[in-house]
Design a protein around this ligand. Structure first.
Ligand SMILES: Cc1ncc(COP(=O)(O)O)c(C=O)c1O
Length: 369
């Protein structure tokens, strides 16, 4: 297996825990254990009683029952809980693919969605999100990317890093295309339930049938990355069984305290999501105002969901800009090069409480740029 460095994670490793303002985080503002437990009467006492032995490998029945409520037709035995969404991506790729398979991957995107497929022996074709089309994917391009050995399509909506939300018509067409061509559709939905207009929320992929696998996590919309609880939901028994069997070689089972806390969090997921969406909306207005005042420096396509945007720097080199900004002003932005983007974009995070202060610092920096 050949896995190159995860560019985004390596960039974060340099700065995440020693920089004052993370203005590029993909996860929303978190809460403390005590704040989370306070959301439910009796939860703090129950947490003290959590047994610290091994847990059920597929995830505790209570947690899986709670996760099911996110979906329309999914049963607890169709949920497999993992350590973060990252473990689920890893196991899915190795469960679903063999050498010389071909997969089509939404691009730019979260690196492991393409890289782990490559490490599993696949030939990967990027399916490009086009800025000139508001970061939309083109269905005609999908048809042209098809080969006889194509095994899967991998999409992510709401999208990291652009905040693009696929239209219902396109989404249904992608499912139809996957079904007609007997492809798997891996639908990374880790930013689902953070659509700015709830009417635009797409149905979960797994509810479309056996060809689809939905990926979920507590990290992003709900702001609980430290729990490291992710899952897949699928009616595809073959993929489920293979992933469950591979999990015996990675984490075996999940952290018992995290499973309990995730159960409490998901029972209160609407409250958590609304709190974070409120923050995103305020932050979007601040960024919109900044970009209007500095329209000579930035252009952007405002996101439609999730906690990120992918603006473009119009003057200078974005890597140098981010590097100087973090060193001089203590504000971290993520250059698009970590996504192999060559068009001067950078990732902006919208889900953190201190964004107004981070933007003040950024603006001070911009005055001399
Ligand atoms: C699109 C996407 N999928 C999966 C993940 C992995 O999530 P986690 O770090 O919670 O495992 C991320 C994290 O940034 C992501 O943006």
């Amino acid at each position: 297996m050949n896995l190159p460095p995860f560019k985004l994670e390596r960039y974060f490793a340099k700065y995440e825990f020693n920089t004052e303002y993370l203005l590029c985080a993909s996860d929303c503002e978190s809460v403390s254990v005590s704040d989370l437990l306070a959301m439910e009467k009796g939860a703090a006492e129950k947490f003290q009683q959590v047994w610290l032995g091994y847990t059920e490998s597929q995830g505790s029945p209570a947690l899986r029952a709670e996760i099911c409520k996110i979906y329309a037709t999914i049963q607890p035995e169709e949920i497999l809980v993992h350590t973060g969404a990252e473990e689920a991506i890893f196991l899915f790729m190795f469960a679903a693919f063999k050498e010389y398979d071909h997969v089509i991957v939404h691009s730019p995107g979260y690196q492991s969605l393409a890289e782990v497929a490559r490490a599993a022996g696949c030939d990967v074709s990027p399916w490009p999100a086009r800025e000139e089309n508001g970061w939309a994917l083109d269905l005609d391009e999908l048809r042209h990317l098809m080969r006889t050995n194509t095994r899967a399509i991998i999409i992510n909506t709401p999208h990291n890093p652009t905040g693009y939300l696929m239209s219902r018509a396109d989404y249904e067409a992608v499912h139809e295309f996957a079904r007609e061509n007997k492809l798997l559709l891996f639908s990374d939905e880790v930013y689902r339930e953070s659509e700015y207009d709830p009417a635009t929320r797409l149905p979960a992929g797994c509810d479309f049938g056996e060809h689809a696998i939905s990926l979920g996590v507590t990290s992003k919309t709900y702001g609980l990355a430290g729990l490291r609880i992710g899952w897949i939901a699928t009616k595809n028994k073959k993929i489920y069984e293979k992933m469950a069997s591979l999990k015996d070689y990675t984490t075996i089972c999940n952290s018992a305290p995290s499973e309990f806390l995730a159960e409490v969090a998901l029972r209160n997921r609407t409250k958590l999501a609304e709190r974070n969406l409120g923050m995103i909306r305020n932050n979007l207005a601040i960024i919109d105002d900044l970009f209007t005042r500095y329209s000579n420096l930035f252009s952007w396509i405002p996101p439609q969901g999730g906690s990120m945007a992918f603006p473009r720097l119009l003057k200078g080199d974005v890597e140098e800009f981010c590097d100087t900004l973090v060193k001089k002003a203590g504000v971290l932005l993520l250059p698009g090069s970590v996504y192999d983007d060559a068009r001067n974009h950078f990732r902006l995070g919208l889900g953190r409480k201190n964004l107004p202060q981070a933007v003040d610092r950024l603006e001070e920096f911009l005055k001399n740029y």
